[in-house]
Write a protein that binds this ligand. Sequence first.
Ligand SMILES: O=C(O)CCC(=O)C(=O)O
Length: 219
Amino acid sequence: MLKHPPHVALSDYSEGLFELSKVDLSCTQGQADEFPAIQKLNLNVDVQKLIQDFEFCKQALSDNYLEERRHGFSIPLNQVKEILTTFGFNQNYSAIGLMKVGTTELHEYVPEYTRSLLEELQPLCRAHYVIARPGLKIPKHSDCVDFSTHGFRVHIPIQNTSSYVFYQGSNATRYQLPPGSAWFFNNALTHEVSHESESVRISILLQMMSDRALLSRFA
Ligand SMILES: O=C(O)CCC(=O)C(=O)O
């Protein structure tokens, strides 16, 4: 039986698993508790254009995210899926990769508006659409022990509000992130995800490689 510590890094199960590639994180600095849990970024986001772009990608693509990353795993993909499923990343959660794995380049199929928005946040090491279905519940976890190995996560909700609870000491704080803005998301802190609406929630999740690019956009 697998044990599930609150820290979700798959490397807890197998050394090196889910590590990011060499291009990742060359300029990442800082520690989790130096950053807020959630922080709005100073960036114009045109939600209608993002939805149009998503609809275009959705026609052409299926959930490819883990498949794309499979060469980075040191255990078989089905074991990766099993671990993620036990954390709540199940049939209620799918992802479509937007970047060529192991590079800082976006896929050719990323449409123009989304491309120009993401280019403003480069250097990036990961970016994907997330489709979260009603009933999604990802229990308390953190995605990394420090930024020096994972970079800075940003969420851009494009359809439906994203809802999170962050735990810091004895405090639990709920955040609702509506579409129309980009948000720094401190995924090194313990957090919990749920989606209780009756329609799907769509967002872009990405990982910035530099706190410089991030801090200059803190609104
Ligand atoms: O909202 C999501 O899609 C996943 C959130 C999450 O757990 C994370 O970004 O670390």
